[in-house]
Design a protein around this ligand. Sequence first.
Ligand code: GTP
Ligand code: MG
Length: 209
Amino acid sequence: MKITNVEFVISAVQPHQYPDDALPEFALAGRSNVGKSSLINRMIMRKGLARTSSQPGKTQQLNYYRVNGQVYLVDFPGYGYAKVSKVQRQQFGTMIETFLSDREPLKMVLLIIDIRHAPSKDDVLMYDWLKHFEIPVCVVTTKADKVPRSQWDKQIKLVKQTLGFQTGDHHVLFSSETGLGRDELWAVINSMIEETSEEAEETAEVSIE
Ligand code: GTP
Ligand code: MG
C-alpha cells in the first residue's frame, strides 16, 4: 500500500475523544514492549511517528493514526507490564474493554505476539475477549528477524496452539526491522475494509426494499 498521508490525530483516554468520522479502525493489542508502535511505524513508513521505547509501558492512551485519510491504526497501551500500578492497570483494562465492547468503527484487532515466546496468559485472555465480542482477529507474530527462519514454523505453531487459533482468523508473520509481512498485513486490512463496506451496502439495499 502506498502511503500518501499519515496524521497523528489524538491520544484518547475517554470515549468522547475518539474520532467521529466513522472511518474503519484497526486496533493493535499486545503485551507491553512486544512491538506494537514499531509495527505501526513500519506499516506507515514513518520511523518515529508512533513513539517506541526499549522501556515497556511507553504507550498509555489510545493513539489514533489516520492513514491516507481512509483508515485508522489505533495503538493500544500494552498489557502485562508489572511496574504499572494496580489502579493504572485497572484503568487500562476498563478503557480497552469499553472500546472493544462498544466501538462501531472497529473492524479488526491485530493481536501482536512475539514470535520468540509462547503467548502469555494475558494474550490468551485478550484473544478470548475478542472472540467473546466477536471481533475479527489477525494474529501478528512479530520480531521474526530475531529467530532463525528454520524455527518460524515451529514458533508459529506454538503461538496458534496456545491461543486456540480458530479457522477464519488471520495470521501474518512480521518484522518491523526488515519489513517482512508489511504488504500482507495491508492486504488483510484492505480486505476487511472491502468486506465491511460491502456488508454496509447490502444492509442499505435491504433497508430500501
Ligand atoms: P508499549 O508501548 O510499551 O506497549 O510497547 P510496544 O509494544 O509499542 O513496543 P515498541 O514498538 O515500543 O518496541 C519495543 C522494543 O522492541 C523496541 O526496542 C523496538 O525497537 C523493538 N522491536 C519492535 N519490533 C521489532 C522487530 O520486529 N524486530 C526487532 N529486532 N526489534 C523490534
Ligand atoms: Mg507502544
